[in-house]
Design a protein around this ligand. Structure first.
Ligand code: MIC
Ligand code: SF4
Length: 642
């Protein structure tokens, strides 16, 4: 029985555990990446570990999220990140050099290696055949210090691709089809491995679009094989020597299999406000569009933007559409500038933004009230655009360009002839905006402006938790609900006391005030609690507000790990009807917690309002129990090394 690609890479990096799906394993991490919004905390955590140099093969710090400098905060963070990178031997990709996932794919990703990134879209690297996983910043800090990454051994799902995409249908439509079939929780505990004859017709940037948005399935990662297509991409990036062929065995076994006929796909969109609310564009009335935003780590490659430039060339954006374009990297932007495509975009009326996340994370370009915004991004959660009542549709570049021209959400096939853009034989290579670590690291002074606040540390888990249910929410609560982002809040990422004021702002504006008053609390959630981003602030800020436990029907992977890392108990209902019996304001009590936690996998909870009790499951491994008991991973790590 042959092995699939995922298992081969895991086996080559396995440090502990056995590779049975569902059990805890630990893997060696070859490369790490951070971005600025999660990176400041990750480096403060790394610093707190007292390790003189990163121990990975390569660690890169990107600045791409907080690039709108409306005050000193983001600029302070950039300087902190640049100097701390120099001190610890980390490559630093300067603001303007591009979105971490796009730049990493272009310049650093290597087939067969493992990559741990403090951003949920790290699996973009799966497009080149690496096992790339998103995690909380603290897990990435531990990996930078040479520690392994602990994860649940995933099931491996094979998505067999057959035939080729038809004109006007793009890689985005492939992942939208996968989301339509599997939903936003369909990938939890799984790696999605693409295989079959259809793979050969997809370029590396197309593959990366697909693996990138696998994050929206809740998957641990997504991966393509490394084949001759991968080799030519690496050659065009001047990195051919880093190529190795990596294929699954011919008789490889998978836990599940899905078949997708690429030739049967048509242009699709994810409707407001979930990436799995997928419909074909044809199914939707040709609704009026107010804004079109093209960019993000999903769809801002050179070929994506050349495709858009080709569609817009010689034409004008519709009168009631504002078109914004954020190129994925400086490589992409400079190539467009030099070959004239940028002039075509400008002439068509596009508003060109710098190479960064920009509107994807609400860093500017919030649409008007009630507007329809068509975006080539990966998330359309409520409020993420910066406008709570905007209706965001997620689409491929072709559909977005068609909307920009016609002012309507129309099937791009109506535009007529299609000229598919091919990968260039050679990309423009200039790593001048990446600062390499200096020879003498110890000489570096780390700059800390007033925005760099101290890292809050939790206390040991108490033996009894008796706390009020401060909030009860439904299914699919995202980390954007828990800890909103956007231009006003993101600059506070290095200042936990300040950012904690915004926890659950859009669901319950008084949450932070009530939590502070109560001194401690519990949150109750439905299925897939904490889906979306890897932001550990969605655990760190609630911890700071005194949240001791979250009781939910199920959790998203990264958020669950973040809760454990910050000493908050993630508990699931053994019987889901017990969720119905809880009301906001109830006082819940868990007694003899420390002992009970150590002796089994269940805990009894008493509801002091009803007098009834019910059982919750924690499923923590012995290591995770120790982390929670210690009050989080930092305390645990310190204890281990003392
Ligand atoms: C996102 O797309 O939500 C982000 C912003 O990139 C996050 C990371 C963060 O919140 O800093 C992610 O996806 O992990
Ligand atoms: Fe940046 Fe958006 Fe990608 Fe997150 S999803 S890394 S905010 S471009």
């Amino acid at each position: 029985m042959g092995d699939n690609l995922t298992r081969k890479i895991i086996a080559a990096h396995l440090v502990a555990g056995d590779m049975t799906a569902g059990s805890e394993i630990a893997i060696r991490v070859d490369q790490t990446l951070t971005q600025d919004a999660t990176g400041t905390m990750a480096y403060l955590q790394f610093e707190a570990m007292g390790i003189p140099q990163v121990k990975t093969e390569l660690s890169v710090s990107y600045v791409d999220h907080n690039t709108l400098q409306t005050g000193f905060e983001n600029a302070d963070d950039h300087l902190f990140l640049q100097t701390i990178a120099a001190k610890y031997g980390i490559y630093f990709s300067r603001p303007g050099n591009g979105i971490c996932h796009q730049v990493h794919l272009e310049r650093f990703a290597v087939p067969g290696k493992t990559l741990l990134g403090s951003d949920s879209h790290t699996p973009t690297g799966g497009g080149i055949g690496m096992l790339a996983i998103g995690a909380g910043g603290l897990d990435v800090a531990v990996a930078m210090g040479g520690g392994p990454f602990y994860l649940t051994m995933p099931k491996v799902v094979k998505i067999e691709l057959v035939n080729e995409l038809l004109p006007w249908v793009s890689a985005k439509d492939v992942i939208l089809e996968v989301l339509r079939r599997l939903t936003v929780k369909g990938g939890v505990g799984k790696v999605i491995e693409y295989a079959g004859p259809g793979v050969a017709a997809l370029s590396v940037p197309e593959r990366a679009t697909i693996t990138n948005m696998g994050a929206e399935l809740g998957a641990t990662s997504s991966i393509f094989p490394s084949d001759s297509v991968t080799k030519s991409f690496l050659a065009a990036q001047g990195r051919e020597e880093q190529w190795t062929e990596l294929l699954p065995d011919e008789d490889a076994i998978y836990d599940e299999e899905v078949l997708i006929d690429l030739a049967a796909l048509e242009p699709m969109v994810a409707c407001p406000s979930s990436p799995d609310a997928v419909k074909t564009v044809r199914e939707i009335d040709e609704i009026k569009v107010n804004q079109v935003a093209i960019g993000s780590c999903t769809n801002s490659s050179y070929t994506d933007l050349m495709q858009v430039a080709g569609i817009l060339r010689g034409k004008k954006v519709h009168d009631h559409v504002s078109l914004v374009i954020s190129p994925g990297s400086r490589q992409v932007l400079e190539m467009l500038a030099r070959n004239g495509a940028l002039a075509d975009l400008i002439a068509a009326g596009a508003r060109i933004l710098e190479s960064a996340c920009g509107p994807c994370i609400g860093m500017g370009q919030a649409p008007p009230s009630g507007a329809v915004s068509v975006r080539t991004f990966n998330r359309n959660f409520p409020g993420r655009s910066g406008t709570v009542d905007a209706k965001v549709y997620l689409a491929g570049p072709e559909t977005a360009a068609a909307a920009a021209l016609t002012g309507r959400l129309i099937d791009p096939r109506k535009l007529g002839e299609y000229n598919k853009i091919k990968l260039p034989p050679k990309f423009l290579i200039d790593d001048g905006m990446i600062i390499f670590p200096p020879e003498k690291q110890e000489a570096v002074d780390v700059l800390r402006g007033p925005n760099i606040n101290v890292l809050p540390i939790n206390q040991e888990l108490p033996d009894e938790v008796s706390a009020e249910v401060l909030l009860k929410v439904g299914d699919n609560i995202t980390t954007d609900h828990i800890m909103p982002a956007g231009a006003k809040i993101l600059p506070l990422r290095s200042n936990v006391p300040a950012i904690s004021e915004y926890v659950f702002r859009d669901i319950d504006p008084d949450f932070a005030i009530r939590a502070k008053k109560a001194g401690r609390g519990i949150v109750v959630g439905g299925h897939n609690y904490g889906q979306g981003s890897s932001r550990e602030h969605a655990a760190l800020a609630p911890m700071y507000l005194g949240i001791k436990a979250v009781l939910a029907k199920s959790f998203a992977r990264i958020h669950q790990a973040n809760l454990i890392n910050f000493g908050i108990l993630p508990l699931t209902f053994v019987d889901e009807v017990d969720y119905d019996g809880i009301e906001k304001g109830d006082l819940l009590k868990i007694s003899s917690l420390r002992g009970e936690l150590q002796s089994g996998d269940r805990l009894a909870v008493t509801n002091l309002r009803t007098g009834g009790s019910f059982t919750v499951y924690h499923g923590l491994t012995p290591r995770q129990k120790d982390i929670v008991l210690a009050g989080g991973l930092l305390n645990y790590t310190k204890k281990q090394s003392s």
